[in-house]
Design a protein around this ligand. Structure first.
Ligand SMILES: [Mn+2]
Length: 295
């Protein structure tokens, strides 16, 4: 009898995560001055920990901002869900902090329990309500999760309740849909992202959110804002104010970064790591900054 043990076809080895395969190859570590991530929602089945861990492994920065809804305390309170990979993500962040990355954690509404520790240090991680980040070219960015202005937005409250239920159902459907898509070798596609663009109410809520954030940024005499909360990555100028949203890691798998030369970019992390097409970019010369507000 002859067994071909060494020639087991790759398909049957079935790596438990899609990035394990990529890790057998040498992969570049992308270097940034600052990285912002938000809405990772660890502690929920929707959190895409494989992609997030892969992102953290293959990026480095002087500063890492965690812009809220990092651990989903709301959902954990209702139902405990904490698999090992979620621990790995936290460990990875702690290790970065130990090895010199300045980590700043700004709690959101889903991890509002952490708000009682604002002003304290959690090991090497600073917990802050909001922060002002200055880019290498002197652009002052106000960093905040964004939920605190929900009350100014019409419908936001009931939308949040209804949304939470509908959203987790949708994310579940999304997971199954993409399992099927993977079987047919189709790329990842977000059902909820798609619907969000289609549903009029959601669209008007998101534009109202952006308007409020820009108004608040002006009031704080900053050149721009970096937030999260609405799970829609964005980088644009509104009224000479830079509006940046880091997106999320339950569906869009995005981060907001500052390059070493001050360029700003929304990154998308795909099944093959950093995606270079369709990223939203802004060079310092493109930034229209109203004068008189410079730092
Ligand atoms: Mn939030």
């Amino acid at each position: 009898m002859k067994f071909q043990t060494s020639d087991t076809p790759k398909e049957t080895q079935k790596p438990t995560d899609q990035f394990a395969y990529l890790d057998r190859h040498e992969r570049e570590i992308h270097d940034y001055r600052t990285v912002f991530i938000s809405d990772t929602h660890l502690g929920t089945p929707g959190a895409q920990h494989e992609a997030l861990l892969d992102f953290l492994k293959h990026t480095r920065s002087d500063k890492l901002y965690l812009v809220g809804d990092i651990i989903d305390g709301w959902r954990l309170k209702r139902k405990w869900y904490w698999p090992q990979p979620h621990n790995d993500v936290i460990q990875k962040i702690l290790r970065k902090a130990r090895h010199g990355t300045k980590v700043i954690y700004i709690p959101g509404n889903h991890d509002e329990a952490a708000r009682q520790f604002i002003g304290n240090m959690f090991g090497e991680i600073a917990i802050k309500d909001t922060d002002i980040h200055e880019t290498v070219t002197g652009i002052r960015l106000w960093v905040v999760h964004g939920d605190l202005f929900d009350h100014v937005i019409k419908y936001a409250r009931w939308l949040a309740y209804l949304g939470d239920f509908a959203y987790s159902t949708l994310l579940n459907m999304n997971k199954w849909l993409n399992k099927i898509r993977r079987m047919f070798k189709l790329p990842y596609w977000s059902l909820s992202q798609y619907l969000k663009h289609k549903v009029k109410l959601a669209v008007s809520f998101m534009s109202a959110f952006e308007t409020v954030m820009v108004k608040e940024t002006k009031r704080r005499e900053c050149h721009g804002v970096v937030c999260g909360h609405i799970h829609k990555a964005e980088l644009k100028q509104m009224d000479d104010i830079i509006y940046a949203n880091a997106g999320d890691w339950v569906e869009s798998l995005t981060a907001f970064v500052e390059h070493r030369d001050g360029r700003l970019e929304v990154l998308q992390w795909g099944t093959h790591g950093l995606q270079t097409e369709n990223n939203i970019k802004m060079t310092p010369s493109q930034m229209k900054i109203s004068s008189g507000k410079a730092a």
